[in-house]
Design a protein around this ligand. Sequence first.
Ligand code: HEC
Length: 179
Amino acid sequence: MMRHASRILAAVAASALLPAVAAAQSWSDQPVKPADHEAEFAVSYEDGGIYYNEEDIPTYNVAEDGTVDWLTFSGFRRYHSECHVCHGPDGEGSSYAPKIKNSAVHMGYYDFYDVVVNGRQNGNSVMPHFGDNQNVMCYLNDIYVYLSARGMDAVPRGRPPKKEAKSDLIREQEDACMG
Ligand code: HEC
């Protein structure tokens, strides 16, 4: 009888642990194996200096000589003005907030967008919402593309030394968004 009860208790205790373990393993803790994700980030076409994968999601493009597309370069700058204070330089994470270069790869475009627009809270750990912040929203594709490139190890840490010119289309979209 006693034995039976303690076995049930042990099972209850073990299952109670599961949600805690799952919560602790956020996307950012999962290492990225670039080979597993190449297809998701492969360039399918380019339009006005913006590169897209086959699902029409913006992606990065790095030439053989290291020249990056404009969004990757712009994302580097925007990330370091809006996100770096919590998430650490180059998307590497800090003791305070997760390593979102990995999150960008694992979460995918839509879930990534959702968290940045709406924010998220997990106890004392708070990701602010940026949905009403033009300096983030008008450049969120750039930030996503830059972080994906970092997560996929397509660009090294630091400021990309060579970049494509900013296209007229990108300039127009920026002006329209910033108002
Ligand atoms: C004030 C600090 C702070 C700033 C600024 C901030 N974040 Fe966060 N962010 C956090 C914290 C803390 C978390 C973890 C929240 C949680 O535990 O659920 C987080 C989580 C995230 C996640 C989810 C990661 C995952 O693996 O689930 C994404 C994506 C993200 N942030 C993107 C951004 C982007 C992009 C910016 C800049 C536009 C930004 N954050 C700016 C604190 C911040």
